[in-house]
Design a protein around this ligand. Structure first.
Ligand code: NAP
Ligand code: MG
Length: 495
């Protein structure tokens, strides 16, 4: 019998009212059934929202440093269980153990940051334009927050959202991705164990079109933090406008790495291998375009193909594995469709381009690391997010052209340039259209205490991470204290 998991509503672990369930399987071995989870209904969401709404007042009035103390215990528990959580996560979504350990560490970093932020939450005071009057401002919670997350960072991304939401004094209804309900359950169990009161965090498993959609339309949810595809993000933005919710969207990317002739080539090679094929290319910040200066193009491609062909595919919990599977059969099919599109558009396939099915790989959704050269900027493989181990190489004549090609995208999340030329590096920092630019580092590697997010269609202008996410999860309250004992009219009595 498979293990049966439940929703968490108002401090109790419960089945869906409708009784339906869905399966969660290991993408490296589809015969390995992890468990069954509730396929929740609109009624389940409504119960969770009611619980979160009822819990809001007591949580709002709990001092922020006390809320932070609970988050510190959450971090401590994650440290204790780091290895176990990572092993489970690899089994659930496929990326290798070194990366799932990093995913948990990001959650730990976020917890400890949140714990200390409970003692900051700074407001501003400013002088009044009138005598004997004081102007102060501070941040207040907003209410019930709907949290909708993807499967590729199943611990880190929920923590980026839930921890600041809680420290700011909001209560939460959390809908994790259907591919990663196990890790989400682990996170909520830890929150419960650390002492988060009943109703403050509620977990509702189930599909995006039912559970996610109800969160978007529910009038008692006042804000939504979403990470996922641009397609779903646009739908959420439109839906949430009906009830004028505050919405934070972190969406897709088509991130590029530039390599100039003066770069350290070994470093640039290490960077692109990690950026393009880490997490099987299933990162919002994955390197999916490589922009090479013509002077080093051929030699760089030769070394890259040689190194990429040696990457070892396999189950991410086994030693010595570099690249895990795609998360699902559907995702692998999408990757393969893009490979066919690339070939038909006239790009040259120099590595991979097919399912990996040798031995045990046949049990999972493995795809060979794939490289296209002779890619031009108008091809779909240079423009659309593939979310798999596929790298498109573009050749340019100059730094100006490199930046122009990099910027020729609807997305603007991460970016990278390898160069030793300080002038070129500073021009790139200024002119690249992206939320994040790495100098002599790959497109992946964000740190939890810095703002994270992108420009253009990667999002809607908010940032997660660091101090910026606390702006999203709180509102400003301004208080004017007049101790003059008389009516003082601003703009009138003093001018
Ligand atoms: P997705 O299909 O957009 O799903 C994301 C979440 O939205 C899931 O929980 C999903 O539920 C839910 N959802 C689906 N349809 C919905 C609807 N109509 N209303 C409300 N919620 C709905 O994305 P994904 O496939 O999980 O993740 C890959 C995408 O995420 C990529 O585009 C990637 O670039 C992006 N991403 C962005 C960042 C960033 O910070 N910019 C980080 C990581 C990933 P189900 O799982 O039940 O379908
Ligand atoms: Mg999906």
């Amino acid at each position: 019998m498979p293990e049966v998991f439940q929703n968490y509503i108002d401090g109790k672990w419960v089945d869906s009212r409708g009784g339906a369930t869905f399966e969660n399987r290991n993408p490296a071995d589809w015969d390995d059934l992890i468990g069954v989870f509730p396929k929740s209904t609109v009624e389940d969401v409504d119960e969770a929202v009611a619980a979160a709404k009822a819990a809001f007042d007591a949580w709002r009035l709990t001092p922020a440093p006390k809320r932070g103390d609970i988050l510190r215990r959450v971090g401590d528990l994650m440290v204790e269980r780091k290895d176990e959580i990572a092993t489970e996560m690899t089994r659930e979504m496929g990326k290798i153990k070194a990366e799932t350990l990093g995913d948990v560490q990001e959650g730990i970093d976020t917890a400890y940051y949140a714990a200390t932020e409970g003692r900051r939450m700074f407001g501003h005071t400013a002088p009044s334009e009138l005598p004997n009057k004081m102007n102060i401002s501070f941040r207040i919670p907003i209410g019930v927050a709907g949290i909708i997350t993807p499967w590729n960072f199943p611990m880190a991304i929920p923590t980026w959202k839930i921890f600041p939401a809680l420290v700011c004094g909001n209560t939460v209804v959390f809908k994790p991705a259907s591919y990663t309900p196990r890790t989400a359950t682990t996170l909520v169990r830890i929150l419960e164990e650390a002492g988060v009161p009943a109703g403050v965090v509620n977990l509702v498993h189930g599909g995006g079109s039912v559970v996610g959609n109800r969160i978007v339309e529910h009038p008692d949810i006042r804000l939504i933090s979403f990470t996922g595809s641009s397609e779903v993000g646009k739908r959420i933005s439109a839906g949430a406008s009906e009830t004028l919710k505050r919405v934070s969207l972190e969406l897709g990317g088509k991130n590029a790495q530039i390599v100039m002739p003066d770069a350290n080539m070994e470093l640039a090679l290490d960077g692109v291998l990690w950026g393009a094929f880490g997490t099987t290319g299933q990162r919002c910040t994955a390197t999916s375009r490589l922009i090479l200066h013509k002077d080093i193009h051929d030699s760089f491609v030769e070394s890259l193909v040689e190194r990429a062909s040696k990457l070892r595919l396999g189950y991410g919990n086994d030693q010595g594995v570099d690249v895990g599977p795609c998360v699902s059969e559907a995702q692998r099919n999408t990757v393969h469709e893009y490979v066919e599109i690339g070939k038909n558009e006239g790009a040259s396939l120099v590595l991979g381009g097919e399912f990996a099915t040798d031995g045990d790989l046949a049990k999972g959704w493995f795809y060979k690391p794939t490289i296209f050269v002779d890619v031009s900027r108008d091809m779909r493989i240079a423009r659309e997010e593939i979310f798999g181990p596929v790298l498109s190489v573009l050749k340019v004549d100059s730094l100006d052209e490199a930046i122009d090609v990099l910027n020729d995208s609807v997305y603007g999340l991460s970016s990278s340039i390898y160069t030793q030329d300080v002038n070129g590096a500073f021009r790139a920092m200024r002119d690249i259209e992206a939320g994040i630019t790495y100098i002599n580092g790959p497109t992946i590697g964000a740190e939890a205490h810095m703002p994270f997010g992108g420009v253009k269609e990667t999002g809607n202008g908010h940032r997660e991470g660091g101090w910026t996410v606390y702006e999203f999860f709180s509102e400003w309250k301004v208080v004017y204290v007049d101790f003059s004992g008389k009516l003082q009219r601003a703009q009138i009595d003093n001018y």
